[in-house]
Ligand binder design. Structure first.
Ligand SMILES: Nc1nc2c(c(=O)[nH]1)N[C@H]1C(S)=C(S)[C@@H](COP(=O)(O)O)O[C@H]1N2
Ligand SMILES: [Mo]
Length: 322
């Protein structure tokens, strides 16, 4: 399959990560295409060079990491997606029937070019990029996931946010027919999340349409989801149907449900404990380690992305604005 398709076409089948390791070279190849002037003919997969080590510049930008990635099997079977139930293995079973094509996203609010676009329109002309990010759930586990997608900023700019756009609000599909969890009153549907505009425009903020070089499986938020690696995982909203530029801080689902436990900013911070558990360490689900006995490692400020993002919060009391 052409990797360009991974930006658009929903996945049905499961692919082991050695396929990803092959395909990531294709991503690298794709990125080089415009320079070579041969865009649009990536039919044949190039021969397999030895596995690349992440480029130091990529690691420095936070775009990649040499930490051991999570296995495809774990990343696609241990999920939080409450629209499909609150158990970790519910989404991988129940989300298979989510229809991700056609898919439309409504963009509106404080912007010059509001409108309803299909996924192709949203991503048109943008080159797929790979980002290998840490994902730290507020519950105290973490993964290392190779995402495929585009920087959020390049998508948002197309809609020409006005100077009044201080925040960006995101909404997930809430269809009780397709999403059994939505029939239960666990949280107030639809699932909502939001970012301050500078956070949304930060180069690390990413719109993912794939993982491991393959289209995003439904349980991981197909066909398009947010990835904000320096924040707790609940900010990385899945299966997005609406993006809205707002003047005021938008309501967000976990914050509405339990404001004392889940803040709007939700920046990963080992020194600010959840009221019911410590955030100092995390269970890293990666490599061949069983997720039940996964390594406990120390949690890092901003999930290890402090060099890239800390300046956005200078002057903010990180313990108060959690
Ligand atoms: N719409 C929606 N998005 C969501 C969630 C959810 O329940 N519904 N769970 C969040 C949480 S708590 C985490 S940790 C991540 C998990 O992403 P993953 O299953 O792809 O690892 O998705 C986030 N996005
Ligand atoms: Mo989470």
């Amino acid at each position: 399959m052409d990797l360009r398709d991974a930006l658009r076409i929903p996945a049905a089948d499961v692919t082991p990560e050695d396929v990803w390791k092959q395909r990531r070279r294709l991503v690298a190849g794709l990125a080089a295409l415009p320079a070579l002037g041969i865009a649009g003919c990536a039919e044949a997969e190039p021969p397999l060079p030895p596995a690349p080590t992440p480029a130091p510049a990529q690691v420095q930008d936070g775009f990649s990491t040499d930490e051991e990635p999570t296995r495809w099997e774990d990343a696609t079977s241990y999920n939080n997606f409450y629209e499909f139930g609150s158990g970790k293995s519910d989404p991988s079973r129940a989300a298979r029937t989510l229809r991700t094509h056609p898919w439309q996203v409504e963009v509106g609010g404080e912007c010059g070019r509001p409108g309803v676009v299909d996924l192709d329109g949203l991503l048109e002309g943008l080159l797929p990029e790979e980002r290998i990010y840490r994902l730290r759930c507020v519950e105290g586990w973490s993964m290392v996931i190779p995402w495929l997608g585009v920087p959020l900023a390049s998508v948002l700019r197309r809609f020409e946010p006005t100077s009044r756009a201080r925040y960006v609000a995101f909404t997930t599909l809430a269809d009780p027919e397709q999403m059994p969890g939505v029939r239960q009153r666990t949280i107030r549907w639809p699932y909502r999340e939001g970012l301050r505009i500078d956070e949304a425009m930060h180069p690390l903020a990413f719109l993912a349409t794939g993982i491991y070089g393959r289209p995003l499986p439904q349980q991981n938020g197909a066909p398009v989801r947010l990835v904000v690696p320096w924040k707790y995982g609940f900010k990385s909203i899945k299966s997005i149907v609406e993006i809205r530029f707002t003047e005021k801080m938008p309501p967000t689902s976990w914050n509405q449900l339990q404001p004392r436990e889940y803040g709007f900013f939700a920046n990963v911070n080992p020194r600010v404990d959840h009221p019911r558990w410590s955030q100092a360490t995390e269970r890293r689900i990666a490599g061949t380690t069983s997720r039940l006995v996964a390594n406990r490692i120390e949690t890092r400020l901003f999930n290890g992305y402090a060099d890239q993002v800390a300046s956005m919060y200078s002057g903010m009391d990180l313990a108060r604005w959690y």
